[in-house]
Design a protein around this ligand. Structure first.
Ligand SMILES: NC(=O)c1ccc[n+]([C@@H]2O[C@H](COP(=O)([O-])OP(=O)(O)OC[C@H]3O[C@@H](n4cnc5c(N)ncnc54)[C@H](OP(=O)(O)O)[C@@H]3O)[C@@H](O)[C@H]2O)c1
Length: 435
């Protein structure tokens, strides 16, 4: 059946001039036949497509170009990923997260290949000794070098961006180096991924990027913004960018545990402020959060795990109960409590499948994927001091002494630690089951 333009206008409740305009802008979707006298006749398919166009444009702050992209691409693939068909590149693959990510991937998910991208050949050599070469490829490269990134991304489906300068004092002392790696590096990842046609990119963020008080946090905040808006740069290409944001990782390089372990030998632990609290998660949880993010992402989200908090004084008691604690005063660029979700972010956040999803406030963004997510109450903030889940001294002792050499520990042992904690009513809601 074919319809006259007047009938179509009535059905869609838009003027005829609007229909003609949409027809001109979306010729592939709306292509009415012409009668011998040159009058338009619209098919059911034309009308369905006009309805979709109307849904995207009518009373919405979207441009024609944005609507074209959405209509062309539809929703990006969500749901379970067949990792055996994926070629992965991980920047910062030799770091704490990167090594553990590779370990879990190789043990559980069996991707086609993982490319490690980092600068230091010694760290890569050590990793090669440990992991071998069968499924891993080692690329020396700097995230500041976009041409090298493009070469390394050839044929890659998925990119995990973990490379960063992350030591607060080093970033303060070398601010432009932090900017080059953490901010220009992010730009390069986006440019390379779009040009090469990578499907999905997840960048690792940190609680220090929220209301930042140091340069590390500020550069990571810029990086987050660049990744979220990287989706707009993708234009007609399918590349999608999202972030995961979490707090301190137990036992990662440069974390407080190795410091306390060292100080324990001298019988004295230093703490900057006795009120200090921090979010805490294990490397397992960080890896599962990232794999989950790849399954869920439409592009533009920041995924935040529900993780417990701890008092730094409790951590000191757990590691070295016999030691004297000395309070040395808060350092520049240090916060007493950390934040994962601000009140402003909270308005765009849903609790979904045991994690929080901060959705982008972008006019073109479709929220189809989180319809069943629960909105957060007005005024909700997620801070390390107001968290409803805490690790006490005993929990911390068990975690630290069972997973201190966390990069070396078999995944099964770490998982069992988490499960034991779950049993003891400490909830890690990181959606382990979904994987
Ligand atoms: N650890 C935590 O507690 C924590 C918490 C929240 C978020 N994060 C985030 O998680 C990510 C990974 O952290 P991590 O603990 O695994 O860090 P890490 O152990 O310090 O590893 C950093 C990695 O990045 C590489 N890298 C540094 N600069 C680079 C550059 N310019 N080009 C290429 N590679 C570079 C390093 O290798 P080379 O030096 O050989 O290049 C190394 O492989 C970071 O983005 C960090 O901000 C970490």
């Amino acid at each position: 059946m074919l319809y006259r333009i007047q009938k179509v206008g009535e059905k869609l409740e838009v003027p005829r001039s609007t229909i003609r305009y949409w027809e001109k802008e979306f010729p592939q979707l709306v292509n009415p036949k012409r009668t011998n006298g040159g009058q338009r006749r619209y098919s059911e398919q034309d009308i369905n497509n006009l309805q979709k166009i109307k849904n995207l444009l009518h009373h919405k702050k979207r441009t024609i170009d944005q609507a074209r992209i959405i209509l062309k691409q539809g929703n990006v693939d969500v749901g379970k990923i067949d990792w055996t068909k994926q070629s992965i590149l991980i920047t910062g693959g030799t770091g704490s997260f990167g090594k553990y990510f590779c370990k879990i991937m190789l043990e559980k998910y069996h991707p086609k290949v993982i490319r490690i991208y980092s600068r230091d050949e010694l760290k890569q050599h050590e990793m090669r000794q440990k992991f071998g070469e069968e499924k891993l490829r080692y690329f020396i490269g700097d995230v500041r070098d976009v041409e090298r990134l493009k070469r390394a991304m050839e044929g890659v489906d998925i990119v995990v961006h973990a490379a960063a300068l992350k030591q607060v004092p080093a970033c303060e002392y070398n601010p432009l180096e932090a900017v080059k790696t953490n901010i220009y590096g992010a730009q390069n990842i986006i440019d390379a991924a779009i040009d090469i046609g990578v499907k999905k990119v997840v960048a690792l963020s940190t609680d220090k990027a929220v209301n930042p008080v140091n340069l590390y946090g500020a550069t990571k905040l810029c990086s987050d913004k660049i990744f979220i808006h990287g989706n707009s740069y993708a234009g007609q290409k399918r590349t999608r960018f999202s972030c995961v944001r979490y707090g301190n990782v137990i036992g990662s390089r440069g974390s407080v545990i190795p410091l306390f372990m060292q100080q324990k030998k001298n019988g004295r632990i230093t703490i900057t402020d006795e009120r200090m609290t921090r979010f805490w998660l294990t490397l397992d949880q960080a890896v599962y959060l990232v794999t989950n993010a790849f399954c869920l992402m439409q592009g533009g989200e920041i995924f935040v795990p529900k993780i417990p908090s701890m008092k730094v004084t409790d951590l000191a008691k757990a590691i070295a109960p016999e030691c004297e604690i000395e309070i040395i005063g808060i350092r520049p660029g240090e916060k007493i409590h950390e934040v994962l979700i601000t009140e402003e972010d909270g308005r765009n956040t849903v609790a979904y499948n045991g994690i929080y999803v901060i959705m982008p406030n972008l006019s073109w963004w479709e929220r189809q994927n989180y319809k069943t997510g629960q909105r957060l109450p007005e005024g909700f903030v997620y801070t390390s001091n107001t968290n409803d889940t805490w690790l006490n001294v005993e929990d911390l002792r068990r975690i630290v002494y069972e997973s201190y050499t966390v990069e070396e520990a078999p995944a099964s042992r770490l998982l069992s630690t988490i499960h034991q904690l779950e049993e003891s009513k400490i909830h890690y809601h990181c959606n382990l089951a979904a994987n």
